[in-house]
Design a protein around this ligand. Structure first.
Ligand code: PEP
Length: 245
């Protein structure tokens, strides 16, 4: 469990110059007791002024270092925008762009080798939960990265995002999320016990200003990855403020 919580915003393919300005303005009043990460579309990253109130991240990266990969962004190109984080393996990437566990592992390695902190997104679908396969699915997603590359864990953030809770308005209950977070930490301990105790495990899936307090009260919930509500500057700010210790 980490001392300071991390609240990450995933704007997905949304946002604008105006939203950048509005969010920057809101976060000026942020308490230093919480870490904030903003992941807008990559083209907006250079519009953010450097600030002690937030870090910046991309939503995806290429598994390649450089070369003839039209439309892709390498880890080093992302770094040059001022970003220091990158989301890896978001369920929308897995679902719509066919990202496999193997590809996710390559992207994790690229991120860390360019000093970007990857936020590894994992989570089960509704069918997998109904079949009581949540733990099995998560264990497989974690093993695909950390069994062969345990050294990546000390530089990672994990985001547990049940697919059925993303963008649906139906968050996992605090108890459901806590149980899975505790399982994730236990699984990670087999790869690097020291790093597992410290790694930040974020919950993502319909987090909003009304449900975040109960989630943040759970022992193994170290912050949130926020989609829809991160597009509303004052609600996002409220979520950040709720994460203060
Ligand atoms: C996400 O896209 O990572 C997410 C958690 O979205 P939402 O908060 O809208 O469910």
């Amino acid at each position: 469990m980490s001392a300071k919580k991390l609240i990450a915003a995933n704007w997905k393919m949304n946002g604008s110059r105006a939203l950048v300005e509005a969010v920057v303005q809101q976060l000026t009043y942020l308490s230093p007791d919480v870490d904030v990460l903003l992941c807008p579309p990559a083209t907006l990253l250079p519009l953010f002024p450097a600030s002690r109130h937030y870090a910046l991240g991309a939503q995806n990266l290429s598994e390649h270092e450089q070369g003839a990969y039209t439309g892709e962004l390498s880890a080093s190109l992302i770094s040059e925008t001022g970003a220091s984080y990158v989301l890896v393996g978001h369920s929308e990437r897995r679902q719509y762009y066919g990202e496999t566990d193997q590809l996710v592992c390559l992207k994790m390695q690229q991120a860390v080798s360019s000093a970007l902190t990857p936020v590894l997104c994992i989570g089960e679908t509704l069918a997998e939960r109904q079949q009581e396969n949540t733990e099995q699915v998560i264990a497989k997603q974690l093993a695909a990265v950390y069994a062969s590359h345990p050294e990546l864990l000390a530089n990672s953030v994990i985001a547990y995002e049940p697919v059925w809770a993303i963008g649906t308005g139906e968050s996992a209950t605090p108890e459901q999320a806590q149980a899975t977070h505790a399982f994730i930490r236990k699984q990670l301990a087999q790869y690097d016990a020291e790093a597992a105790a410290k790694v930040r495990i974020l919950y993502g899936g319909s987090v909003n200003a009304a449900n975040c307090n109960a989630l943040f009260a759970q022992a193994d919930i170290d912050g949130a990855l926020v989609g829809g509500a991160s597009l509303k500057p004052s609600e996002f700010m409220q979520i950040c403020q709720s994460a203060k210790d």
